[in-house]
Structure formats: structure tokens, C-alpha cells
Unconditional design. Structure first.
Ligand code: HEM
Length: 197
């Protein structure tokens, strides 16, 4: 599943490094967060609700990051403190695609490998590299985990706007929380001391 129309979105690219996490290990991780086939199905149902709202979701998420100096610094030139608008825009396109891919819930080696790449892109190992961005050189681990809450909490009204029952909205929301949790765990790999992941 390559996305050649979005610069830097290298999902499925053979050039990516293989994830250090195996598919078997990922299955155990899914089991540990109680992620089931029901959750995958709920994510897929959320896709058609979210697809027409991607830009509005991104407005909310970017609004949150943008209004918090300790977060937006990731996109600001440390020398001038000014936001790199080109960088913000380039990342926003991939973020939009990420919403759709998260909702597609198609897990395999290519997906696992791209998760590893996303982790590297938040870490100083690869941050700023993809877009030539002028931002801080590293996203702190604590914020990577912390952002799970606002990202998933603010998604709920969008899930609810499609006319689904309260129970169905809750099912999709729980599936989203579990999926983003799984992803931030995978993205954490470069932050964890060798041998400790
Ligand atoms: C639940 C937590 C988070 C999610 C779901 C998330 C999601 C994403 C996604 C989907 C991308 C694009 C990946 C790609 O290149 O395809 C990205 C990149 C980026 N995110 Fe996050 N992110 C999270 C936490 C954070 C935090 C806390 C910050 C710091 C403010 C941050 C700053 C950035 C930056 C600067 C990039 C671009 C990295 C680069 O230079 O390539 N993210 N994020």
C-alpha cells in the first residue's frame, strides 16, 4: 500500500528498515491491550465516517499542538523560535493519510515497518530528515505518550457525527484508543534502552 502522491509517506517502501518487532510479538501486544478482530472491524467502520472529516480533525489536532508552545516547538526553528510552515504542512498531509490508514487496520510487515519509521521520525535519529524541516531535533518521549489522550478524546465527537448509535460510537472510540496505544508503543522502540523494549 504505497502512497506516492504524499511526499515522504513511505508506507510499503522497500527502502524502509525492517521493524525490530516481529508480527508474532505484535500479536502478543494486541492481545495485551485487548485488541480483537471486533476492534479492527470497528476501526474500518470509522473510516467512512472520518474520511470526509479529515481536514477538520487535523484542524483540531493542529490547533491543540499550535496553542501549546512546549509542543509546537517541535515545528519551530530553535534559532529563531519561528514555526516552519512548510514543515507543518508537509507533515499534515501524512497525518491525514495516517488517520485513514489507522482506520483501515490492515496489519502486516509493511505496516509494522512503517510504524518503526514513524517512531524514528519523532526521535533525533530521523527527525526533520524527511521534509528538511527546521524544528527541534527531537520529540520528548513523555509527550509522545501523553498526546494519545488528546488525540483520541478529541476524535470522539467526529466519530459521533455520522449518526451511529452511542454504543457504536463507543466501540469505535475504544478501538481507536487501543490502536493509537499500540502505535505509540511501537514508535517508542528507538527511545528504549537496547534490550529493554
Ligand atoms: C499520540 C501521539 C502522536 C501521534 C498519533 C502522532 C502522529 C504523527 C504522524 C502520523 C506523523 C507523520 C508520520 C510520517 O512521516 O508519515 C507525525 C510526525 C510528526 N510529529 Fe507526531 N504524533 C504524536 C506525537 C507527537 C508529539 C508529542 C509531537 C511533539 C510536539 C509530535 C510532533 C511531530 C513532528 C515534529 C513530526 C514530523 C517528524 C519529522 O520530522 O519527520 N508528534 N506524527
Amino acid at each position: 500500500m504505497a502512497h506516492p502522491h504524499i511526499p515522504g509517506y513511505e508506507f510499503g517502501s522497500p527502502a524502509l528498515a525492517q521493524s525490530p518487532v516481529s508480527l508474532e510479538e505484535f500479536e502478543l501486544l494486541k492481545k495485551t491491550v485487548l485488541f480483537t478482530d471486533e476492534d479492527a472491524a470497528a476501526l474500518r467502520r470509522s473510516r467512512e465516517i472520518l474520511a470526509p472529516q479529515v481536514e477538520q480533525v487535523l484542524d483540531v489536532w493542529y490547533g491543540f499542538v499550535g496553542s501549546n508552545p512546549h509542543l509546537v516547538s517541535a515545528f519551530c526553528d530553535p534559532a529563531t523560535g519561528q514555526p516552519d510552515m512548510g514543515y507543518l504542512e508537509a507533515v499534515r498531509k501524512r497525518f491525514g493519510q495516517w488517520i485513514l490508514d489507522t482506520a483501515s487496520a490492515e496489519y502486516g510487515q509493511a505496516w509494522l515497518d512503517y510504524q518503526h519509521e514513524i517512531g524514528l521520525r519523532h526521535h533525533r535519529l530521523k527527525k526533520n530528515r524527511t521534509d528538511g524541516g527546521r524544528g527541534s531535533d527531537h520529540v520528548a518521549f513523555r509527550y509522545l505518550i501523553a498526546l494519545l489522550y488528546p488525540v483520541t478524546a478529541t476524535l470522539k465527537p467526529f466519530l459521533a457525527s455520522g449518526g451511529a448509535s452511542a454504543e457504536e460510537v463507543e466501540r469505535m472510540h475504544q478501538a481507536w484508543i487501543k490502536s493509537v496505544l499500540l502505535q505509540v508503543i511501537l514508535w517508542s522502540h528507538p527511545y528504549v534502552r537496547d534490550g529493554d523494549f
